[in-house]
Unconditional design. Structure first.
Length: 444
């Protein structure tokens, strides 16, 4: 009797797989459930010409070890981050290098702000300039700010350096690297007292020293109307109504210290917009100053005529225009009609007086010459050294002494000076408060 064959045990399907089945045209199909990265499952379908073909393909579908994948990705990201840090460490070896990179890459900075940042980077980084960006601490920055204050620099200069350092460290310290400048709290601004402004006695002595000064009209505008030096040097004849006694303050002459590719600064340029929105203002012109301006106009007409005939100033304007174009193309100064500086116009009011330092007859009065002449005037008057802003400070102080320091008074003085707000006027020019308080105390 033949031995009866035992049936082979039926192979069970793996968990998560679908049995192979035949579909139209003789093909076979099956699926396997595989885990996704988020923990859910999805079916992966395979097809073949036979059941064995489909089952072989199912064996090849191996679940992904997502934990291992995530670990590998994290390791790769950490390596890339470390390499990026090392690269940036090489690029930004010092704070000076980081500040240079920020100034060069910041496209929205105005000409004046960019020039101020360059000035701060060149002169007032101090020991921070040579320090590596990753080694600077909060105490290092605070010590530098205090050194600036001890050297007599203004609160505005310290605030500007603070803004520059914050932006520079953002470039030099990416990702988890810390920005120490953002942990520094600027000390409360000290109230500035009128210890260097032109008081009543100083005004009299300066006016006595102006008797034969060819720029007497310019100095009277500074001493009695408090016009900024940049506004006074940027004043053009079309902004003055001598008959109506009105003076429209708008444009300004600025010295831009930003250097071009030849290593030379851009120099004096004309900005046809005011320092602040409220700097565009119209103020009354006293009759005696209007008469001084009429006389000055007559006295300088021949010089302007000789200058225009010679064509030297026109050639200088063209050279400056070419330098400005180069600065815009290289990104040193912003472009656009509202941002690009202009060469000094040919109708500026005040000209450089005759002397050995004047290269061109009828050349416009620039900041260097104006500051030198102011120092000479102060010395002739027998007064201690003071900045040109001392004239503006004195105007504000005398105004507060005459009309008080109420809210309406501050608004009026702020409008005359072209400040952005009355609060800034009160905070900055409070030298009059001491004397007002003293006088009030004597009446009690």
């Amino acid at each position: 009797m033949s031995e009866e064959k035992k049936p082979k045990p039926k192979k069970r399907r793996a968990r998560g797989t679908g049995g192979a089945y035949q579909v139209a045209r003789g093909k076979w199909r099956a699926f396997k459930e595989l885990p996704n990265e988020d923990g859910s499952k999805s079916r992966r379908w395979v097809s073949g010409t036979s059941r064995a073909d489909v089952e072989a393909k199912l064996e090849l579908l191996v679940p992904v070890d997502w934990a291992a994948v995530r670990a590998a990705e994290d390791e790769a990201a950490a390596i890339a981050e470390q390499e990026d840090r090392e690269r940036r460490r090489r690029e930004f070896e010092t704070v000076d290098a980081a500040a240079t990179q920020y100034i060069a890459s910041a496209g929205k900075l105005s000409v004046k702000t960019r020039s101020q940042y360059e000035w701060l980077r060149n002169r007032h980084l101090g020991d921070l300039a040579s320090m590596h960006a990753s080694e600077v601490t909060v105490s290092d920055i605070q010590r530098r700010y205090q050194e600036m204050r001890d050297a007599g620099l203004s609160d505005s200069a310290v605030s500007a350096l603070h803004a520059l350092l914050k932006k520079s460290f953002d470039i030099a310290k990416p990702y988890a690297m810390h920005n120490p400048a953002r942990d520094v709290s600027l000390p409360k601004k000290e109230v500035r007292r009128n210890d260097q402004g032109v008081d009543d006695e100083g005004l009299v002595r300066l006016q006595e020293a102006l008797t034969d000064d060819p720029l007497r009209a310019s100095w009277e505008l500074a001493l009695r109307l408090g016009i900024r030096p940049s506004e006074r040097l940027g004043l053009t004849w079309d902004r003055i109504d001598l008959d109506g006694g009105r003076l429209h303050i708008r444009g300004q002459q600025q010295r831009v210290a930003l250097k071009l590719d030849d290593g030379k600064p851009l120099g004096d340029v004309y900005l046809p917009w005011p320092k602040t929105a409220r700097g565009d203002r119209v103020i009354g012109l006293p009759d005696d100053i209007a008469e001084l301006l009429r006389t000055y106009y007559k006295d300088t007409r021949q010089e302007v005529y000789d200058r225009d005939v010679a064509g030297e100033f026109e050639a200088q304007q063209q050279r400056q225009r070419e330098r400005i174009d180069r600065a815009v193309r290289s990104g040193i100064v912003p472009g656009g009609a509202k941002n690009t500086p202009h060469p000094l116009p040919d109708n500026l009011v005040f000209l450089r007086p005759p002397g050995p330092r004047r290269e061109i007859v009828g050349a416009p009065l620039d900041h260097s010459s104006d500051q030198r002449l102011w120092k000479a005037l102060v010395k002739r008057a027998g007064l201690p050294e003071m900045a040109r802003y001392g004239a503006r400070h004195g105007v504000a102080t005398r105004a507060f002494q005459r009309i008080g320091t109420g809210e309406g008074s501050a608004l009026k003085v702020s409008e005359i000076l072209g400040h952005h707000s009355p609060a800034f006027t009160l905070r900055t020019y409070v030298g009059a408060l001491d004397s007002i308080t003293d006088e009030f105390g004597k009446t009690l």
